[in-house]
Design a protein around this ligand. Structure first.
Ligand code: NAD
Length: 354
């Protein structure tokens, strides 16, 4: 298992160091893991004048999986756009053809009070959002701002999906549902948008290949409402790029703790890039207070989705459940009566629980 490790900026190196402790432990227990480090984001700019140095992309392309911390720091905000850290992220996603973004929203019962929603609404939440990442209105042509004959300016973006793009993201969702509770909710706006009318048709066709999976459809406006009304009705939700962008952020807030949420972005062969859902948190960088659990859980996802190693996924997942149940809390999830734990101590606690 060749893993490219890209710590990035801000809290990236601190949280990735904890995830690497977990990988080191699995390695000591016999897994054949190789790790190689490379800079990305601001670190890439500092090392090679480029937020995605060529060597970093090459290493990532040759690896089986990529572990990423986070990129970005306010000090780079004045750089030309193509040299800013965030550009490195977009380029690596494209360079690795990562078209499927998986974002679980999972709430540990002990953390239910961290959510802004009532504990009974979110307690036990376990939802997976599968978002298409390389198509839709974010990439469709034509696009741009032009000036009309009457001198008025007009902005244009184009919502566009072809059948094969819909089918391949649908397949990811159905395959994941087969490993979970076998329910897929496809989110569209088929009553208004032809692109998503096609989306719905293709999902219905695809469902025939997965007779065990129950497919339902929901309009995006209703889905936004249902996510805060009764989020536990969902198992796997699959949707296009723009709807997924919005709904996955909404879903992540159901859990109230951004430091707990992992993510995976996969290509057609299940090669993936794994990273926490949050950013580089420059406000707390270098203080050893960040929550490393989203990054550690991203490593768990790596075993499940890229290495097809359910046992290691469960081992890491159970270790995290154990430390939460034992009352260890980093500052972002700390409540009265629990034990305030530093970033590195949290990593150590997970390794002990392993
Ligand atoms: P952020 O996610 O970095 O931080 C938002 C808030 O959450 C901050 O208060 C931060 O301290 C807190 N936070 C985030 N992760 C945490 C963790 N693991 N433990 C404890 N607290 C945590 O978002 P932002 O402040 O809007 O952006 C900061 C930088 O990150 C910007 O440069 C932005 O472009 C970048 N960014 C990168 C990614 C990425 O690398 N995928 C994603 C989002 C933002």
């Amino acid at each position: 298992m060749k893993i490219a490790v890209l710590p990035g900026d801000g809290i990236g190196p601190e949280i990735v160091a904890q995830a690497v402790k977990v990988l080191d432990r699995l390695k000591a227990d016999g897994l054949k893991i190789e790790m190689e480090y490379a800079p990305i984001g601001g670190a890439g700019y500092e090392a090679a004048g480029d937020p995605l140095p060529e060597a970093t992309l090459k290493l990532s392309q040759e690896a089986d999986a990529v572990l990423l911390g986070a990129v970005g720091d306010w000090k780079y905000d004045t750089l030309p756009r193509d040299q800013r850290p965030e550009r490195g992220l977009l380029r690596i996603r494209k360079g690795l053809n990562l078209f499927a973004n998986l974002r679980p929203a999972l709430l540990y019962p002990e953390l239910a009070s961290a959510s802004t929603l009532k504990p009974e609404v979110v307690s036990g939440l376990d939802l997976m959002i599968v978002r298409e990442l390389t198509g839709d209105i974010y990439f469709g042509q034509p696009r741009g701002i032009s000036t009309l004959e009457n001198g008025e300016r007009e902005g244009i973006n184009t919502m566009r999906y072809n059948e094969s793009e819909i089918r391949r993201i649908g397949r990811v969702a159905f395959d994941i549902a087969m490993k979970r509770n076998k329910k897929v909710c496809s989110v569209d706006k088929a009553n208004v948008l032809e692109t998503t009318e096609l989306w719905r048709q293709v999902m219905i066709e695809l469902a025939k290949e997965y007779p065990e999976v129950e497919l339902s459809h929901m309009y995006v406006d209703n889905a936004a409402m249902q996510l805060v009304r009764a989020p536990k009705q969902f198992d796997v939700m699959v949707t296009g790029n723009i709807f997924g962008d919005i709904l996955s952020d909404e879903a992540s807030m159901l859990t109230g703790s951004i430091g707990m949420l992992p993510s995976a972005s996969l290509d057609a062969n299940n090669k993936g890039m794994y990273e926490p859902s949050h950013g580089s948190a420059p406000d707390i960088a270098g203080k050893d207070v960040a929550n490393p659990l989203a990054t550690i859980l991203s490593v768990a996802m790596m075993f499940k989705y890229t290495f097809n190693d359910e046992a290691s996924f469960n081992r890491i997942d159970n270790a995290v459940k154990k430390v939460i149940a034992a009352g260890y809390r980093t500052a972002d999830i700390w409540t009265e009566g629990t034990q305030k734990t530093s970033c590195s101590a949290m990593g150590d606690a997970v390794v002990s629980a392993l």
